[in-house]
Design a protein around this ligand. Structure first.
Ligand SMILES: [Zn+2]
Ligand SMILES: [Zn+2]
Length: 140
């Protein structure tokens, strides 16, 4: 399927052709810290299927194994865009949050489930405000 996306300020935009059955959710500590959320959802796309406008900044994460992953983000607004092989990009793992079609891209896999937040499954039972401005947190 065709996907489109952009960072929050719009300085970086992309279009790509992606397989919709490849979305994964990762609960590892690095994904929690770098995403700012309880987990990170990613859509892998081969680099030759991607058209990117703008120049993301990169933070290279070095794993204990020596594996180097470039984490690309907008240097102006800070939106996380994708991660890829730092030395020779082959696959861009797009952050689902910046993909416009994200509501149709259901995850098919969970990674590092053991470090998932223990309260994730309880969210459906919480009070739900349909709009952010009606919520007690609206002014924050
Ligand atoms: Zn931006
Ligand atoms: Zn992870």
């Amino acid at each position: 399927m065709k996907i489109t996306g952009q960072c929050h300020c719009g300085a970086i935009r992309f279009t790509a052709t992606a397989s919709p059955d490849k979305v994964a959710v990762c609960h590892c500590a690095d994904c929690q810290i770098m995403s700012g959320g309880p987990f990170r959802a990613v859509l892998p796309v081969p680099v030759d299927q991607v058209e990117l406008q703008g120049s993301p900044k990169q933070y290279v994460k070095v794993a204990a194994s020596g594996n180097r992953r470039a984490q690309a983000f907008c240097g102006d607004c800070g939106t996380q865009l994708f991660a890829t092989e730092a030395d020779e990009p082959k696959t861009l793992n797009f952050r689902l949050g910046c993909v416009n079609e994200r509501a149709q891209l259901n995850p098919v896999l969970q990674i590092w489930r053991d470090s998932a937040m223990p309260w994730l499954t309880e969210l459906d039972g919480l009070p739900a405000h349909t709009r952010g401005r009606d919520s007690p947190l609206a002014s924050s």
